[in-house]
Design a protein around this ligand. Sequence first.
Ligand code: ATP
Length: 237
Amino acid sequence: MSLSVSDLSFSYGAKPALDAVSFDVAAGRFCALLGPNGAGKSTLFGLLTQLFSSADGRIEIAGHDLQKAPRAALAAMGVVFQQPTLDLDLSVRQNLRYFAALQGLSGKTAETRIDAALDQLDMRQRAGEKARGLNGGHRRRTEIARALLHHPKVLLLDEPTVGLDAAARQSLVAHVHELALGGISVLWATHLTDEVQMQDDLVLLHQGRIRARGVTGDLVGGQALQDWFLAETGVAA
Ligand SMILES: Nc1ncnc2c1ncn2[C@@H]1O[C@H](COP(=O)(O)OP(=O)(O)OP(=O)(O)O)[C@@H](O)[C@H]1O
């Protein structure tokens, strides 16, 4: 498994936010982490990225234990956080070059990887433009390209479509599904059911617990995902 989470629990003081969460994402799979506001998605991302840690449970990334071998585990992971993190005064290519340098990539290797990543997100023709001039969808695609430069095995995205219009959302969802088809494991956190496709893996998180997991089409059994989600959580998507 590229990403494996076992028995993970976390509390903010006395307040439990995650309770014995376990799931896996295999290579080449798009896994939607679906849950209403407050479900624990951001807490899980915080643990996966080591913003904080928990003594309860285990996280493995590409076979590396995040507690015991954090450098190897984190090196196998690309992350797109909920809050945008581009430098708006730099061009798309400069934003990627800076990140490549942080990863120890420079010269021709860096440029080749930057071109390849921009191609994957259909952003190569905009490489020279300042990030400030891009719309929200193109900014997000730039951030995803940047997260791919070090060739991670796992890509984490925390509600990446927040603030985007419907067309940009749809395009981003399609691009990231294509990345999964290329072999990377994707964990996509969202509270929006229309971002999930029937062939995707789904982890339904509600009030810190996993309520269901499996292939989306199998879980919903012919219902619309939105109706199933409402029935499972009592919250409209
Ligand atoms: N710093 C914190 N201190 C105390 N409680 C917190 C803190 N951060 C989150 N929580 C609580 O933990 C629970 C899980 O929150 P979390 O932000 O992980 O959920 P989420 O699914 O990401 O929701 P959202 O979509 O609103 O970000 C919620 O009940 C939330 O109120």
